[in-house]
Ligand binder design. Structure first.
Ligand SMILES: Cc1cc2nc3c(=O)[nH]c(=O)nc-3n(C[C@H](O)[C@H](O)[C@H](O)COP(=O)(O)OP(=O)(O)OC[C@H]3O[C@@H](n4cnc5c(N)ncnc54)[C@H](O)[C@@H]3O)c2cc1C
Length: 405
Protein backbone atom coordinates (compact mmCIF):
# COMPACT_ATOMS: atom_id res chain seq x y z
CA UNK A 1 0.00 0.00 0.00
CA UNK A 2 1.27 3.50 -0.84
CA UNK A 3 -1.00 5.21 1.68
CA UNK A 4 -1.93 8.87 1.72
CA UNK A 5 0.10 11.79 0.42
CA UNK A 6 -0.90 15.29 1.58
CA UNK A 7 0.32 18.30 -0.40
CA UNK A 8 0.68 21.41 1.76
CA UNK A 9 1.70 21.33 5.42
CA UNK A 10 -0.47 24.22 6.61
CA UNK A 11 -3.49 24.07 8.92
CA UNK A 12 -5.53 21.78 6.67
CA UNK A 13 -2.68 19.48 5.66
CA UNK A 14 -1.44 19.07 9.22
CA UNK A 15 -4.93 18.41 10.60
CA UNK A 16 -5.59 15.84 7.87
CA UNK A 17 -2.42 13.92 8.75
CA UNK A 18 -3.21 14.00 12.48
CA UNK A 19 -6.86 13.05 11.88
CA UNK A 20 -5.88 10.07 9.70
CA UNK A 21 -3.95 8.64 12.62
CA UNK A 22 -6.75 9.50 15.04
CA UNK A 23 -9.11 7.56 12.72
CA UNK A 24 -6.85 4.52 13.03
CA UNK A 25 -5.49 4.74 9.47
CA UNK A 26 -2.48 2.42 9.44
CA UNK A 27 -1.00 3.02 5.97
CA UNK A 28 1.91 5.41 5.32
CA UNK A 29 1.11 9.13 5.58
CA UNK A 30 3.37 11.71 3.90
CA UNK A 31 2.89 15.43 4.56
CA UNK A 32 4.78 17.57 2.06
CA UNK A 33 5.14 21.33 2.50
CA UNK A 34 7.18 23.86 0.58
CA UNK A 35 7.78 26.18 3.54
CA UNK A 36 10.95 25.44 5.52
CA UNK A 37 9.10 25.23 8.86
CA UNK A 38 7.19 22.79 11.01
CA UNK A 39 3.44 23.17 10.35
CA UNK A 40 2.23 26.35 12.08
CA UNK A 41 -0.96 28.36 12.50
CA UNK A 42 -1.38 31.65 10.67
CA UNK A 43 -3.83 33.63 12.87
CA UNK A 44 -1.15 34.88 15.32
CA UNK A 45 0.96 36.18 12.42
CA UNK A 46 -1.02 39.42 12.21
CA UNK A 47 -1.73 39.67 15.95
CA UNK A 48 0.10 38.05 18.89
CA UNK A 49 3.29 37.15 17.01
CA UNK A 50 3.84 40.69 15.72
CA UNK A 51 3.21 42.04 19.21
CA UNK A 52 5.57 39.52 20.83
CA UNK A 53 2.68 38.07 22.84
CA UNK A 54 2.97 34.66 21.18
CA UNK A 55 6.24 32.89 20.49
CA UNK A 56 7.09 30.04 18.14
CA UNK A 57 6.09 27.43 20.73
CA UNK A 58 2.50 28.71 20.53
CA UNK A 59 2.52 29.03 16.76
CA UNK A 60 3.82 25.61 15.79
CA UNK A 61 0.93 23.17 15.60
CA UNK A 62 2.95 20.34 17.18
CA UNK A 63 6.56 19.74 18.26
CA UNK A 64 8.82 17.65 15.97
CA UNK A 65 8.32 14.45 18.01
CA UNK A 66 4.61 14.40 17.18
CA UNK A 67 5.35 13.55 13.57
CA UNK A 68 7.69 10.65 14.28
CA UNK A 69 5.48 9.39 17.11
CA UNK A 70 2.51 9.26 14.73
CA UNK A 71 4.46 7.89 11.76
CA UNK A 72 3.81 11.01 9.71
CA UNK A 73 6.56 11.41 7.14
CA UNK A 74 6.90 15.22 7.25
CA UNK A 75 8.81 16.74 4.32
CA UNK A 76 9.47 20.49 4.60
CA UNK A 77 11.05 22.88 2.12
CA UNK A 78 10.07 20.78 -0.90
CA UNK A 79 7.40 21.43 -3.46
CA UNK A 80 5.11 19.06 -5.31
CA UNK A 81 5.45 20.10 -8.95
CA UNK A 82 3.31 17.51 -10.77
CA UNK A 83 0.66 14.89 -10.23
CA UNK A 84 0.94 11.79 -12.41
CA UNK A 85 -2.62 10.56 -12.03
CA UNK A 86 -2.15 7.47 -14.18
CA UNK A 87 0.75 6.26 -12.01
CA UNK A 88 -0.79 7.68 -8.78
CA UNK A 89 2.42 9.52 -8.01
CA UNK A 90 3.47 13.08 -7.18
CA UNK A 91 6.78 14.55 -8.32
CA UNK A 92 8.86 16.78 -6.06
CA UNK A 93 10.97 19.81 -6.95
CA UNK A 94 13.92 18.08 -5.28
CA UNK A 95 13.69 15.32 -7.88
CA UNK A 96 12.00 12.63 -5.78
CA UNK A 97 8.49 11.23 -6.06
CA UNK A 98 5.85 9.67 -3.79
CA UNK A 99 3.18 7.15 -4.70
CA UNK A 100 -0.29 7.39 -3.24
CA UNK A 101 -3.52 5.50 -2.89
CA UNK A 102 -5.24 8.70 -1.75
CA UNK A 103 -3.96 12.22 -2.46
CA UNK A 104 -5.09 15.25 -0.44
CA UNK A 105 -4.45 18.70 -1.90
CA UNK A 106 -4.19 21.22 0.96
CA UNK A 107 -2.28 23.83 -1.02
CA UNK A 108 -3.86 26.93 0.56
CA UNK A 109 -3.68 30.29 -1.12
CA UNK A 110 -1.14 32.99 -1.90
CA UNK A 111 -1.22 36.78 -1.65
CA UNK A 112 -2.97 38.74 -4.36
CA UNK A 113 -0.37 41.25 -5.57
CA UNK A 114 -1.12 44.95 -5.88
CA UNK A 115 -0.72 45.80 -9.59
CA UNK A 116 0.48 49.42 -9.35
CA UNK A 117 3.77 51.18 -10.13
CA UNK A 118 6.10 51.14 -7.14
CA UNK A 119 4.67 47.94 -5.63
CA UNK A 120 8.13 46.36 -5.92
CA UNK A 121 9.87 49.05 -3.85
CA UNK A 122 11.68 48.13 -0.66
CA UNK A 123 9.29 48.62 2.25
CA UNK A 124 6.26 47.18 0.45
CA UNK A 125 5.33 43.91 2.15
CA UNK A 126 2.63 41.26 2.31
CA UNK A 127 1.55 38.98 5.16
CA UNK A 128 0.66 35.36 4.61
CA UNK A 129 3.60 33.29 5.81
CA UNK A 130 5.70 33.07 8.95
CA UNK A 131 8.66 34.51 7.06
CA UNK A 132 6.55 37.46 5.89
CA UNK A 133 5.30 38.02 9.43
CA UNK A 134 8.88 38.08 10.68
CA UNK A 135 9.67 40.69 8.03
CA UNK A 136 6.67 42.84 9.02
CA UNK A 137 7.59 42.53 12.69
CA UNK A 138 11.18 43.53 12.08
CA UNK A 139 10.28 46.40 9.71
CA UNK A 140 7.75 47.75 12.20
CA UNK A 141 10.57 48.42 14.66
CA UNK A 142 12.06 51.23 12.55
CA UNK A 143 9.00 52.38 10.61
CA UNK A 144 6.96 55.38 11.71
CA UNK A 145 4.30 55.82 9.04
CA UNK A 146 2.50 52.60 8.17
CA UNK A 147 0.03 52.47 5.31
CA UNK A 148 -2.11 49.34 5.13
CA UNK A 149 -3.72 48.75 1.75
CA UNK A 150 -6.92 46.78 2.28
CA UNK A 151 -9.55 47.13 4.99
CA UNK A 152 -10.40 43.44 5.32
CA UNK A 153 -9.67 41.22 8.31
CA UNK A 154 -5.94 40.91 7.85
CA UNK A 155 -5.38 44.55 6.93
CA UNK A 156 -7.33 45.70 9.98
CA UNK A 157 -5.54 43.26 12.29
CA UNK A 158 -2.17 44.53 11.08
CA UNK A 159 -3.39 48.11 11.50
CA UNK A 160 -4.48 47.40 15.08
CA UNK A 161 -1.17 45.68 15.88
CA UNK A 162 0.92 48.49 14.37
CA UNK A 163 -1.14 51.14 16.17
CA UNK A 164 -0.73 49.24 19.47
CA UNK A 165 3.00 49.65 18.93
CA UNK A 166 2.49 53.42 18.79
CA UNK A 167 2.94 53.81 15.03
CA UNK A 168 1.09 56.24 12.81
CA UNK A 169 -1.27 54.03 10.77
CA UNK A 170 -3.49 54.68 7.75
CA UNK A 171 -5.83 52.07 6.25
CA UNK A 172 -6.80 52.51 2.61
CA UNK A 173 -9.90 50.54 1.58
CA UNK A 174 -11.08 50.52 -2.03
CA UNK A 175 -14.74 49.88 -1.18
CA UNK A 176 -17.12 52.30 0.51
CA UNK A 177 -16.79 50.62 3.92
CA UNK A 178 -14.58 48.23 5.88
CA UNK A 179 -14.97 44.45 5.42
CA UNK A 180 -17.81 45.13 2.95
CA UNK A 181 -18.17 41.62 1.60
CA UNK A 182 -18.64 39.90 4.93
CA UNK A 183 -20.34 42.17 7.47
CA UNK A 184 -23.38 44.44 7.67
CA UNK A 185 -22.91 48.22 7.37
CA UNK A 186 -23.49 48.53 11.14
CA UNK A 187 -20.48 46.28 11.84
CA UNK A 188 -18.34 48.13 9.28
CA UNK A 189 -19.28 51.42 10.95
CA UNK A 190 -18.43 49.98 14.37
CA UNK A 191 -14.94 49.03 13.16
CA UNK A 192 -14.45 52.40 11.47
CA UNK A 193 -15.24 54.10 14.79
CA UNK A 194 -13.08 51.64 16.76
CA UNK A 195 -10.01 52.20 14.57
CA UNK A 196 -10.50 55.96 14.34
CA UNK A 197 -10.96 56.11 18.11
CA UNK A 198 -7.62 54.38 18.60
CA UNK A 199 -5.88 56.81 16.25
CA UNK A 200 -5.92 54.86 12.95
CA UNK A 201 -6.82 56.96 9.91
CA UNK A 202 -9.36 55.00 7.85
CA UNK A 203 -9.92 56.08 4.25
CA UNK A 204 -12.62 54.29 2.24
CA UNK A 205 -13.28 54.61 -1.51
CA UNK A 206 -9.50 54.75 -1.74
CA UNK A 207 -8.22 53.54 -5.10
CA UNK A 208 -4.43 53.16 -4.85
CA UNK A 209 -2.75 54.10 -8.12
CA UNK A 210 0.91 54.04 -7.16
CA UNK A 211 3.60 53.88 -4.53
CA UNK A 212 6.24 56.57 -4.74
CA UNK A 213 9.75 56.22 -3.40
CA UNK A 214 13.30 57.42 -3.41
CA UNK A 215 16.54 55.46 -3.47
CA UNK A 216 14.47 52.33 -4.07
CA UNK A 217 12.48 52.73 -0.83
CA UNK A 218 8.73 53.31 -0.50
CA UNK A 219 7.89 56.82 0.75
CA UNK A 220 4.23 57.48 -0.10
CA UNK A 221 1.06 55.84 -1.38
CA UNK A 222 -0.99 57.76 -3.93
CA UNK A 223 -4.72 57.51 -4.68
CA UNK A 224 -6.67 58.18 -7.87
CA UNK A 225 -8.13 61.22 -6.08
CA UNK A 226 -4.61 62.71 -6.01
CA UNK A 227 -4.31 62.29 -2.24
CA UNK A 228 -0.98 60.99 -1.01
CA UNK A 229 -0.09 59.30 2.30
CA UNK A 230 3.46 59.27 3.67
CA UNK A 231 4.69 55.74 4.30
CA UNK A 232 7.92 54.10 5.26
CA UNK A 233 6.18 50.73 5.47
CA UNK A 234 3.34 49.66 3.17
CA UNK A 235 1.54 46.45 4.08
CA UNK A 236 -0.71 45.04 1.39
CA UNK A 237 -3.70 42.93 2.42
CA UNK A 238 -5.98 42.76 -0.59
CA UNK A 239 -6.93 39.11 -0.51
CA UNK A 240 -5.58 35.85 -1.79
CA UNK A 241 -5.57 33.60 -4.85
CA UNK A 242 -6.17 29.87 -4.30
CA UNK A 243 -3.25 27.58 -5.22
CA UNK A 244 -5.16 25.54 -7.79
CA UNK A 245 -2.56 25.32 -10.57
CA UNK A 246 -1.18 21.93 -9.50
CA UNK A 247 -4.69 20.46 -9.77
CA UNK A 248 -5.52 22.33 -12.98
CA UNK A 249 -2.33 21.16 -14.68
CA UNK A 250 -3.21 17.58 -13.71
CA UNK A 251 -6.54 17.97 -15.54
CA UNK A 252 -8.74 18.28 -12.44
CA UNK A 253 -11.71 20.66 -12.45
CA UNK A 254 -10.88 24.09 -11.07
CA UNK A 255 -12.85 27.31 -10.74
CA UNK A 256 -12.44 29.65 -7.79
CA UNK A 257 -10.15 26.97 -6.34
CA UNK A 258 -10.02 23.20 -6.77
CA UNK A 259 -13.54 21.96 -7.40
CA UNK A 260 -14.70 19.21 -5.04
CA UNK A 261 -18.03 17.55 -4.25
CA UNK A 262 -19.74 17.25 -0.87
CA UNK A 263 -17.26 14.50 0.03
CA UNK A 264 -14.35 16.87 -0.78
CA UNK A 265 -13.46 14.64 -3.71
CA UNK A 266 -12.12 16.19 -6.92
CA UNK A 267 -13.03 15.00 -10.41
CA UNK A 268 -10.52 12.16 -9.74
CA UNK A 269 -11.95 9.88 -6.99
CA UNK A 270 -8.46 9.24 -5.56
CA UNK A 271 -7.78 12.96 -5.08
CA UNK A 272 -9.34 15.28 -2.48
CA UNK A 273 -8.94 19.01 -1.81
CA UNK A 274 -9.47 20.82 1.49
CA UNK A 275 -9.00 24.21 3.16
CA UNK A 276 -8.39 27.56 1.47
CA UNK A 277 -7.80 25.96 -1.96
CA UNK A 278 -11.09 23.99 -2.12
CA UNK A 279 -14.23 25.25 -3.83
CA UNK A 280 -16.86 23.07 -2.22
CA UNK A 281 -20.66 22.84 -2.02
CA UNK A 282 -21.66 24.26 1.35
CA UNK A 283 -25.23 24.01 2.68
CA UNK A 284 -24.75 27.29 4.57
CA UNK A 285 -23.76 29.10 1.37
CA UNK A 286 -26.63 27.64 -0.64
CA UNK A 287 -24.09 26.72 -3.32
CA UNK A 288 -20.38 26.41 -4.01
CA UNK A 289 -17.97 28.49 -1.98
CA UNK A 290 -14.30 28.74 -1.05
CA UNK A 291 -13.75 29.64 2.59
CA UNK A 292 -10.61 30.98 4.26
CA UNK A 293 -10.75 30.05 7.93
CA UNK A 294 -9.17 27.79 10.49
CA UNK A 295 -12.57 26.16 11.13
CA UNK A 296 -13.02 25.27 7.48
CA UNK A 297 -9.46 23.94 7.14
CA UNK A 298 -9.74 21.85 10.33
CA UNK A 299 -13.25 20.48 9.78
CA UNK A 300 -12.58 19.61 6.15
CA UNK A 301 -9.35 17.91 7.20
CA UNK A 302 -11.24 15.74 9.68
CA UNK A 303 -13.96 14.99 7.12
CA UNK A 304 -11.46 13.93 4.47
CA UNK A 305 -9.50 11.79 6.93
CA UNK A 306 -12.73 10.01 7.92
CA UNK A 307 -13.57 9.44 4.24
CA UNK A 308 -10.13 7.99 3.49
CA UNK A 309 -10.42 5.80 6.58
CA UNK A 310 -13.74 4.48 5.23
CA UNK A 311 -16.28 6.68 7.06
CA UNK A 312 -17.53 8.86 4.25
CA UNK A 313 -20.10 11.56 5.10
CA UNK A 314 -21.01 14.79 3.33
CA UNK A 315 -19.24 17.89 4.64
CA UNK A 316 -21.80 20.10 6.40
CA UNK A 317 -20.08 21.94 9.27
CA UNK A 318 -21.35 25.39 10.30
CA UNK A 319 -18.76 27.93 9.06
CA UNK A 320 -17.29 30.14 11.75
CA UNK A 321 -14.48 32.66 11.98
CA UNK A 322 -12.96 35.16 14.36
CA UNK A 323 -10.84 38.30 14.17
CA UNK A 324 -9.09 40.15 17.01
CA UNK A 325 -8.48 43.88 16.62
CA UNK A 326 -7.28 45.86 19.65
CA UNK A 327 -9.27 44.41 22.57
CA UNK A 328 -12.31 43.59 20.45
CA UNK A 329 -13.12 40.09 19.23
CA UNK A 330 -15.54 39.56 16.38
CA UNK A 331 -16.84 36.00 16.03
CA UNK A 332 -18.89 35.08 13.01
CA UNK A 333 -21.11 32.03 12.61
CA UNK A 334 -22.76 31.07 9.32
CA UNK A 335 -22.44 33.04 6.08
CA UNK A 336 -24.30 36.34 5.82
CA UNK A 337 -23.97 36.77 2.05
CA UNK A 338 -27.34 37.51 0.47
CA UNK A 339 -29.12 38.48 3.71
CA UNK A 340 -32.25 40.63 3.42
CA UNK A 341 -32.70 41.63 7.07
CA UNK A 342 -30.30 42.24 9.96
CA UNK A 343 -31.19 42.95 13.59
CA UNK A 344 -29.02 43.89 16.55
CA UNK A 345 -28.98 42.40 20.03
CA UNK A 346 -27.03 44.19 22.76
CA UNK A 347 -25.38 47.56 22.81
CA UNK A 348 -22.91 48.69 20.12
CA UNK A 349 -21.92 51.70 22.27
CA UNK A 350 -20.78 49.32 25.00
CA UNK A 351 -18.81 47.34 22.38
CA UNK A 352 -20.88 44.25 23.16
CA UNK A 353 -23.49 43.29 20.59
CA UNK A 354 -24.46 40.73 17.98
CA UNK A 355 -25.97 41.13 14.54
CA UNK A 356 -28.38 38.42 13.35
CA UNK A 357 -28.71 38.05 9.59
CA UNK A 358 -31.88 36.65 8.00
CA UNK A 359 -32.71 35.58 4.47
CA UNK A 360 -36.40 35.08 3.69
CA UNK A 361 -37.03 35.08 7.45
CA UNK A 362 -34.50 32.28 8.05
CA UNK A 363 -31.48 32.89 10.30
CA UNK A 364 -28.33 32.47 8.18
CA UNK A 365 -25.53 34.09 10.19
CA UNK A 366 -24.61 35.86 13.43
CA UNK A 367 -21.72 38.28 14.03
CA UNK A 368 -20.89 38.67 17.73
CA UNK A 369 -18.71 41.44 19.06
CA UNK A 370 -17.33 40.73 22.53
CA UNK A 371 -20.30 38.38 23.11
CA UNK A 372 -18.78 34.88 23.03
CA UNK A 373 -21.89 33.27 24.53
CA UNK A 374 -24.01 34.57 21.62
CA UNK A 375 -21.52 33.03 19.21
CA UNK A 376 -21.73 29.59 20.81
CA UNK A 377 -25.53 29.70 20.83
CA UNK A 378 -25.51 30.93 17.22
CA UNK A 379 -23.51 27.93 16.07
CA UNK A 380 -26.03 25.65 17.77
CA UNK A 381 -29.03 27.52 16.31
CA UNK A 382 -27.56 27.34 12.82
CA UNK A 383 -26.57 23.68 12.96
CA UNK A 384 -29.96 22.64 14.35
CA UNK A 385 -31.82 24.92 11.88
CA UNK A 386 -33.77 26.30 14.85
CA UNK A 387 -36.58 28.72 14.12
CA UNK A 388 -35.66 32.22 15.29
CA UNK A 389 -37.55 35.33 14.30
CA UNK A 390 -35.86 38.71 13.91
CA UNK A 391 -37.99 39.99 16.80
CA UNK A 392 -36.78 37.18 19.09
CA UNK A 393 -33.15 37.75 18.06
CA UNK A 394 -33.37 41.45 18.89
CA UNK A 395 -35.09 40.91 22.24
CA UNK A 396 -32.60 40.37 25.07
CA UNK A 397 -35.37 38.93 27.28
CA UNK A 398 -35.74 35.95 24.92
CA UNK A 399 -33.28 33.20 25.77
CA UNK A 400 -32.22 32.04 22.30
CA UNK A 401 -30.57 28.99 23.79
CA UNK A 402 -34.01 27.53 24.48
CA UNK A 403 -35.28 27.85 20.91
CA UNK A 404 -35.75 24.60 18.98
CA UNK A 405 -36.56 23.58 15.43
C1 LIG B 1 -2.14 36.64 8.81
C2 LIG B 1 -3.33 35.73 8.83
C3 LIG B 1 -4.24 35.78 9.88
C4 LIG B 1 -5.34 34.93 9.91
N1 LIG B 1 -6.22 35.01 10.95
C5 LIG B 1 -7.28 34.16 11.00
C6 LIG B 1 -8.18 34.19 12.11
O1 LIG B 1 -8.05 35.01 13.02
N2 LIG B 1 -9.19 33.28 12.13
C7 LIG B 1 -9.37 32.35 11.15
O2 LIG B 1 -10.31 31.53 11.20
N3 LIG B 1 -8.54 32.31 10.08
C8 LIG B 1 -7.50 33.19 9.99
N4 LIG B 1 -6.65 33.15 8.91
C9 LIG B 1 -6.93 32.20 7.82
C10 LIG B 1 -6.40 30.82 8.12
O3 LIG B 1 -5.11 30.90 8.66
C11 LIG B 1 -6.40 30.00 6.83
O4 LIG B 1 -7.74 29.89 6.41
C12 LIG B 1 -5.79 28.63 7.03
O5 LIG B 1 -4.43 28.75 7.35
C13 LIG B 1 -5.95 27.80 5.77
O6 LIG B 1 -5.23 26.60 5.91
P1 LIG B 1 -4.77 25.80 4.62
O7 LIG B 1 -3.98 24.63 5.14
O8 LIG B 1 -5.91 25.58 3.71
O9 LIG B 1 -3.80 26.78 3.83
P2 LIG B 1 -2.37 27.33 4.26
O10 LIG B 1 -2.33 27.61 5.71
O11 LIG B 1 -2.08 28.43 3.31
O12 LIG B 1 -1.37 26.12 3.96
C14 LIG B 1 -1.08 25.67 2.66
C15 LIG B 1 0.37 25.27 2.61
O13 LIG B 1 0.61 24.53 1.41
C16 LIG B 1 1.83 24.94 0.84
N5 LIG B 1 1.85 24.55 -0.58
C17 LIG B 1 1.11 25.07 -1.59
N6 LIG B 1 1.39 24.42 -2.75
C18 LIG B 1 2.29 23.46 -2.46
C19 LIG B 1 2.97 22.48 -3.24
N7 LIG B 1 2.73 22.34 -4.56
N8 LIG B 1 3.86 21.67 -2.63
C20 LIG B 1 4.10 21.78 -1.29
N9 LIG B 1 3.49 22.70 -0.50
C21 LIG B 1 2.61 23.53 -1.08
C22 LIG B 1 1.81 26.46 1.09
O14 LIG B 1 3.06 27.04 0.95
C23 LIG B 1 1.30 26.47 2.53
O15 LIG B 1 2.36 26.31 3.43
C24 LIG B 1 -5.54 34.00 8.86
C25 LIG B 1 -4.64 33.95 7.78
C26 LIG B 1 -3.55 34.80 7.77
C27 LIG B 1 -2.58 34.73 6.60
Amino acid sequence: MSGCVIVGAGQAGFEAAAALRAEGYREPVALIGDEPHLPYQRPPLSKGFILDKQGMDEIELRPPAFFSDHRIDLVTGDRVTDIDRAAKRVLLASGGSRSYDALVLACGARNRLLPVPGADLDGVVYLRTLDESRTVKQRLQDANDIVVVGGGFIGLEIAASARSLGKSVTVLEAQARLMPRVVAPLVSAFYDTLHNGRGVTVVCDACVTGIGGDAGRARAVTLSSGASYAADLVVIGIGVIPNAELARDAGLDTGNGIVVDEYLQTSDPAIFAIGDCAEHPNPYAGGRVRLESVQNASDQARAVAAAIAGKRAPYAAVPWFWTDQFDVRLQMAGLSRGYDEAVTRGNPDAQKFSVYYFKQSRLIAVDSINRPADHIVARRLLSSHARVTPAQAADETVNLKDLRI
